[in-house]
Write a new protein. Structure first.
Length: 248
């Protein structure tokens, strides 16, 4: 297939030096998923493509692509930077982890659908200084489906109950209502508050997330749950996750 020139809207991450002054960056796009961009001469001090090489730049990019392997950056239109994330090491660690996660969930050039907006909005919120940890947990829960695992958080795995007290069963892959606690051979014995927070994060749209005022203890409980879920269902060993744990 011959290369064509297209315009994509996206966000640049995982920048690394390539040959001479050239740079390779990943770009997460609304239209064509995640792929690698070759930015020729990006490291030259006077490069007009310089703004596009900075991690966490986002905007509209003109690229040459044949939808496999490397695509080549030709030009960009309006480009902005997520400055808070760029300079704040914790925000940076969270952003790198979430982008790494979505990068592992999809093949190159595979459209991300609504998960593009999920991750993009999550980064915007982290950049605004909104609770990094809660944003991160929300994205982790919602991205499970992209890895082909979708625990049932909406209603009890035995009945239609969607309100009241719930627990979670790893074996059954979903929530269990109080009336069916006896039917689940194993359950995690999560407290109702933790389960409530996890369900909220899994089910509401990220745009609906307003002011966040959640105690550290509760956040740690939901964090434990998500780590167990990821450990049980997926085989991911991301360096960005290890680094995030180190800096917190
Ligand atoms: Zn039930």
């Amino acid at each position: 297939m011959s290369k064509e020139l297209i315009e994509v809207s996206g966000l640049v991450f995982k920048q690394k030096k390539y040959k001479d002054f050239d740079v390779l960056s990943k770009i997460m796009t609304a239209e064509n998923g995640i792929f690698t961009l070759l930015i020729k001469g990006g490291l030259k001090p006077k490069s007009r493509l310089l703004p596009a090489t900075i991690n966490f730049s986002y905007g509209n990019y003109l690229i040459n692509t044949n939808y496999c392997g490397l695509s080549v950056l030709r030009n960009y239109k309006v480009v902005h930077q997520l400055e808070h994330i760029y300079f704040d090491f914790k925000g940076n660690a969270y952003a790198n982890y979430l982008l790494d996660l979505v990068d592992h969930a999809y093949a190159d050039y595979q459209p991300l659908g609504k998960n593009y907006y999920l991750v993009f909005n999550a980064l915007m919120k982290i950049n605004e200084g909104i609770d990094n940890e809660i944003i991160c947990q929300m994205v982790e829960l919602k991205l499970l489906s992209a890895f082909g695992t979708m625990p049932e958080f909406r209603h009890c795995v035995f009945c239609d109950a969607s309100q009241g007290i719930f627990d979670f069963s790893l074996q059954l892959g979903g929530i269990v209502c109080k009336n069916h606690f006896g039917s689940a051979n194993t359950r995690m014995c999560l407290d109702a508050k933790t389960m409530g927070l996890i369900r909220t994060l899994a089910l509401i749209d990220i745009q609906q997330l307003g002011q966040i005022n959640i105690s550290d203890n509760l956040k740690q409980q939901s964090r434990k749950f998500i780590d167990i879920l990821y450990g049980q269902y997926l085989d991911l060993h991301l360096k960005t996750k290890k680094y995030l744990k180190e800096v917190l």
